[in-house]
Write a new protein. Structure first.
Length: 186
């Protein structure tokens, strides 16, 4: 064997044995911990929906949308329900004129991930959906839901509401208080 090959093999053997010694002598196992704390379940909206029509002798059904942010940052996978109720559209005052308590109906809802990584909601609600109304807001109904293990993250949820205005409605400015909420569970 040539002298250069012998030196190369000896050096290689030395490196391998030192590596084995360093690996066995300096090895340690540690446990890394990641603590993930639960956030909250919230629904917010700054929407100011409105419709406008000109009476023309026919029944009219204009629509409005209400963008809102639904955040499931609980990390529970429990799912959630968005609910809605409202007061009757009324002109107010001493002799108020009102629209029917069945004037509002939700025709559909879209949702999209607002930020970060999301688990898209699986919605089982069918449309159209009557929006409850009364002189005081009646019991709310589910208008959008996220089944268990879906809807985790921050979402923009946008329902479309259609308002039925009959041809014989009185002219005026009608208002309704729409109440939205989110509750845990599918």
């Amino acid at each position: 064997m040539t002298r250069s090959k012998t030196i190369t093999l000896a050096a290689l053997a030395l490196v391998v044995s030192m590596t084995a010694w360093v690996a066995s002598a300096g090895a340690a196992s540690v446990t890394a911990t990641a603590t993930v704390s639960a956030g909250s379940l919230t629904l917010t909206s700054s929407a100011a929906p409105s419709v406008s029509v000109t009476l023309n002798g026919t029944d009219q059904t204009p629509s409005y949308t209400m963008a809102m942010t639904s955040k499931d940052e609980t990390g529970s996978g429990s799912g959630w329900n968005a609910t809605i109720t409202s007061t009757t559209f009324s002109t107010g005052g001493g002799s108020p004129k009102t629209l029917s308590t069945t004037a509002s109906s939700m025709t559909g809802v879209t949702s999209s991930c607002a930020q970060g990584t999301c688990t898209n909601p699986t919605n089982a609600i069918t449309y159209p959906l009557a929006v409850p109304a009364g002189s005081t807001a009646p019991t709310a109904v589910k208008f959008f839901n996220a089944a268990a293990n879906t809807g985790m993250g921050d979402f923009t949820v946008t329902p479309t509401v259609q308002v039925s205005i009959p041809a014989n409605a009185y002219a005026g400015t009608y208002t309704s208080t729409v109440t939205l909420a989110v509750v845990s569970g599918p």
